[in-house]
Write a new protein. Structure first.
Length: 402
């Protein structure tokens, strides 16, 4: 499982998130083409390496013609309409719409107006769409399965807003940060976390990271200011969840009145709630009824969410669960390119009898549809390319050891 961990020790904003994603491996050409894809062909993207204190970080800037002279007047309802029409995946669209909905609700509470009618003076319009849609799609581009965050710095003092100065955190930001763990101390003077950054945390992050994980790479996204006392940058850690051994909850129920058509939506809901796996198989219940056993495997800290999802999305009136020790093979993930626009994730297990590979089915299925080729053929080609990459890694390691 490939995970991303946001470390907002100096706060978080949309441009900081985009910079961290590019620094961690998201393609620059994807980001440069983003404004045109979203209907803003006049917007230019600048990506540059800068220093924040002693650290090199990636800075992302959008050059928007006429910026500040009318574009900031679009309402949340208009921005949601833009996102709903955007050429992005349903995963990205759902979260981007949710982010703007949360922004509208927060600003609406502050200013006493309907969320859809809110004009995002502090957040902006074109840059807000690019920041939010780009940040969410960036995690998709990196092949991340789940996003987490460390405690969030909010800053100190006062921040400049459209109607004067506001105490940090700004009122809308404080609403958006409800329920998110904040850092106790921060060297940041002024606003560290923006409304956009807080909204991204709300729609992307599952909260605190799992107990054990291994960093595979990292990136730094630069903020606009460059104070000398601390690096004004967001750190993004890309990691693998380490589940080689650990305690898990097994959550199970039997149902005899659920239409099997609704098993897949139930399974998706349980996985979205944090389950590691969810399976079902037919059984025989009382009075000769055909029933189904539904069983989910979840980290101990996600068990309550998984139980709630099972109740909400099935017809069950009760579940049973217990704690078990789970041991698995060490696993990591590769991403191979079949062409510049088609990528397939490959699961790699290190087994006692040798390495095992398996192409991610969802990626294979999408690639087969896109390229007009059989899915099995796509899977075999992707796994061959992964074998070649791994062979190169093995040769490099052998050379170093010699």
């Amino acid at each position: 499982m490939l995970i991303a961990i946001l470390d907002p020790a100096a706060g978080i904003s949309g441009d900081m998130t985009l910079g961290a994603l590019v620094d961690a491996g998201a393609p620059q050409d994807w980001l440069e083409q983003l404004p045109r894809r979203l209907g803003f062909p006049e917007v230019e993207v600048r990506i540059e390496t800068v220093r924040r204190a002693s650290l090199a970080a990636t800075r992302v800037l959008f050059d928007i013609p006429g910026h500040g002279a009318g574009e900031h007047g679009r309402s949340v309802g208009e921005l949601i309409g833009l996102v709903e029409a955007a050429p992005v995946s349903e995963w990205v669209r759902t979260r981007a719409v949710r982010a703007f909905t949360l922004l509208g609700e927060a600003e609406g509470r502050v200013h006493g107006c309907a969320p859809a009618d809110v004009h995002l003076h502090e957040v902006g319009a074109v840059d807000a769409v690019l920041d939010i849609v780009g940040s969410i799609e960036g995690f998709e581009r990196l092949g991340v399965d789940a996003v987490y965050n460390l405690p969030v710095a909010i800053g100190t003092g006062w921040a400049n807003a459209a109607h004067g100065k506001l105490p940090v955190p700004a009122p809308a930001t404080a609403i958006l940060l409800e329920g998110i763990e904040l850092a106790g101390r921060s060297p940041v003077e002024g606003e560290a976390t923006t409304p956009t950054g807080a909204a991204l945390l709300r729609v992307l992050s599952r909260g605190a990271p799992p107990e054990r994980w291994r960093i595979t790479r990292s990136g730094w996204g630069a903020g606009q200011r460059d104070p000398s006392r601390y690096p004004n940058a967001l750190r993004l850690l890309i990691a693998e969840a380490a589940h080689e051994a650990g305690m898990v909850e097994v959550i199970a129920t039997d149902v005899d009145d659920l239409n099997p058509e609704y098993l897949e939506p139930l399974r998706r809901a349980v996985l979205d709630a944090g389950a590691l796996d969810c399976v079902a198989w037919p059984t025989h219940g009382k009075k000769g009824r055909i029933s189904m056993r539904i069983e989910a495997l979840a980290p101990v800290d996600r068990a309550d969410s998984v139980v709630e999802a099972m109740f909400r999305h099935s017809t069950t009136a009760g579940v049973r669960h217990g704690t078990f020790l789970r041991e698995t093979l060490q696993r990591r993930q590769l991403v191979v390119e079949l062409d510049p626009d088609t990528r397939v994730r490959i699961k790699v297990w290190e087994a006692p009898g040798g390495r095992r590979l398996k192409a991610e089915f969802d990626d294979v299925d999408a690639a087969a549809t896109k390229l007009g080729r059989p899915a099995l053929e796509i899977a075999r080609e992707a796994e061959r390319r992964a074998e070649s990459l791994l062979g190169g890694e093995d040769r490099e390691r052998d050379d170093l050891e010699r």
